[in-house]
Design a protein around this ligand. Structure first.
Ligand code: FPP
Length: 239
């Protein structure tokens, strides 16, 4: 099987999954957060080098406070309960998004775990939190312009590599391009997720909602990816 280097997952459908069971939306988030651990393990086992999980978008701030506070609790719980195993697995944790918008209670858990795992050399696990691709691109343009004003950069230097380095994913370097995007819940859209980084990605859309996602679904998506021919705009091997 051809293994994608960077897999990104839009973990969608928690609310619908819960509603179908006549339960509150947060029930879906609770079940959804329990799906992260087995999927991280499986990604590592398959030899995927980077896994990015869309946990909270810039648009998700409009959700009710009660729902957001459950999401932050679940994130903190995950970090606290998994940091040791992530350490043993040699996982390096990263966050892409506007982390400055997160409350001090979240940062006080998140920052030390990111720091603790920063020397690791295995799977790059990234949580996209308060993430939006358009905001990321606008921010990159602003930072580059600021560097031009201070003389660190010249406008004529701008190219694809330099733009990539100004994105939140810049730290991933050669892994920042996404090979495979998986979206659960039957929705077939991109939702402002890694637009630049997914320029040549393969997309796999699954009907299952995220709370039902399992390592087998990840394997099936990777299998589907490995059967696709990626031509990057060329004519491929048959031409
Ligand atoms: C999409 O479902 C899911 C989210 C907005 C949040 C994803 C978060 C988690 C899986 C839990 C976070 C925990 C960790 C460990 C990262 P939705 O609510 O948009 O579902 P809907 O489209 O059915 O309403």
């Amino acid at each position: 099987m051809r293994i994608p280097r960077h897999v990104a997952i839009i973990m969608d459908g928690n609310g619908r999954w819960a509603r179908r069971r006549h339960r509150p939306r947060v029930f879906g988030h609770i079940r959804g957060s329990s799906r992260v651990k087995p999927v991280v393990r499986e990604a590592d086992r398959l030899g995927i080098k980077a896994l990015t999980l869309y946990a909270f978008s810039t648009e998700n701030w409009t959700r009710p406070d009660t729902e957001k506070s459950v999401l932050w609790k679940l994130l903190k719980k995950y970090l606290q309960s998994e940091k040791e195993e992530l350490g043993r697995m040699n996982v390096r944790l990263g966050v892409i998004g506007e982390i400055e918008r997160l409350g001090p209670d979240v940062r006080s858990v998140l920052d030390p775990v990111v720091e603790e795992l920063s020397g690791n050399t295995g799977l790059r696990l990234n949580f996209a939190i308060s993430y939006g691709s358009r905001r990321e691109l606008a921010r990159a343009a602003r930072l580059f312009a600021e560097d031009c004003v201070t003389g660190r950069r010249k406008p004529g230097e701008m190219d694809e590599k330099i733009l990539s380095s100004y994105l939140w994913t810049g730290g991933l370097e050669e892994l920042s391009d996404v090979d495979l995007v998986v979206r659960t819940s039957g929705e077939v859209r991109v939702s402002n997720f890694l637009l630049w980084q997914s320029a040549y990605a393969e997309y796999v859309f699954l009907d299952e909602c995220w709370p039902d996602f399992s390592p087998e679904h990840l394997r099936a998506a990777v299998d589907e990816y490995s059967r696709r021919e990626r031509r990057f705009g060329g004519i491929g091997g048959t031409g």
